[in-house]
Design a protein around this ligand. Structure first.
Ligand SMILES: *[C@@H]1O[C@H](CO)[C@@H](O)[C@H](O)[C@H]1NC(C)=O
Ligand SMILES: *[C@@H]1O[C@H](CO)[C@@H](O)[C@H](O)[C@H]1NC(C)=O
Ligand SMILES: *[C@@H]1O[C@H](CO)[C@@H](O)[C@H](O)[C@H]1NC(C)=O
Ligand SMILES: *[C@@H]1O[C@H](CO)[C@@H](O)[C@H](O)[C@H]1NC(C)=O
Length: 217
């Protein structure tokens, strides 16, 4: 005979949506139906009868990437909106192209990240909650891990473009750049200045640098 707790646990398991990273015995996959609203666990599934092989293929990493933004980077993301097959699988990837001197500025996301450098020479680093920075020059073939939520960055310190790929353990990692969050959004300059101790003059300069110039992706 099942007690109340067991019944409750079973109901919970049955009701469990298709969710990040967990083995799911109900369905094989859940290609996102982007026409329906997204819930906290991801999108509803596309009608399985309409799924084709192409739903499982992402071609967005092909080819040359132009680099036009102020940071000198181009971040191409295979996330659950650009690659709906990732929906619910707890996984995504991105391609990073960095111009000479280009950076991925200090940023954080909900997921951990592992980078693999393919071409070029970069410094990659993290800053932990004790403000200790761990950073190193990476060469092609090298990998580094950036634990979830910690600020991290990459800088192309080589003489050629750098190319890297990253894997992230979430289909919707979020991507929050510290500098643009403070100086490229709708935060009034007085508040940005007050909460950073950066002078109002410098904040206005940063606002101008980022204004109309962002596409930091
Ligand atoms: C990234 O590269 C693609 C392909 O060249 C281009 O369409 C896009 O505008 C580039 N993005 C940035 C931020 O440079
Ligand atoms: C997925 O990536 C695209 C292209 O970089 C971006 O515009 C979009 O905001 C990302 N979607 C989510 C949910 O993060
Ligand atoms: C990697 O770098 C080499 C030498 O600079 C270059 O020939 C090659 O095209 C680069 N490959 C990619 C994918 O960027
Ligand atoms: C952070 O600093 C505190 C105080 O010095 C120390 O006790 C703690 O072990 C440090 N944590 C890490 C992750 O280094």
């Amino acid at each position: 005979m099942m007690n109340g707790l067991a019944v409750f646990s079973m109901l919970f398991l049955l009701a469990k949506p298709f969710s990040a990273g967990s083995a799911n015995i109900e369905i094989d996959y859940c290609i996102a139906d982007l026409s329906l609203p997204r819930g906290p666990q991801g999108y509803a599934c596309k009608d399985p009868a309409k799924v084709t092989t192409d739903d499982f293929v992402f071609t967005g990493f092909r080819g040359e990437k132009s680099i036009t933004n102020i940071f000198g980077n181009n971040v191409t993301r295979a996330n659950h909106t650009t690659f709906p097959a990732l929906n619910g699988l707890g996984l995504s990837m991105a391609r990073l192209d960095l111009a000479v001197g280009g950076v991925v500025p200090a940023h954080s996301h909900r997921t951990s990240e592992m980078i693999v450098l393919i071409n070029g020479t970069i410094i990659a680093g993290i800053i932990d909650t004790n403000n200790t920075a761990y950073y190193k020059v990476l060469l092609p073939g090298d990998s580094m891990i950036f634990p979830q939520t910690l600020l991290h960055f990459q800088i192309n310190v080589g003489k050629t473009r750098a190319l890297a790929f990253v894997g992230l353990n979430g289909a919707n990692p979020g991507f929050q750049i510290a500098s643009t969050a403070l100086f490229a959004g709708n935060l009034p300059p007085e508040i940005a200045s007050a909460i950073t101790l950066i002078s109002p003059k410098e904040v206005r300069r940063l606002n101008q640098i980022f204004s109309g110039n962002i596409a930091a992706s």
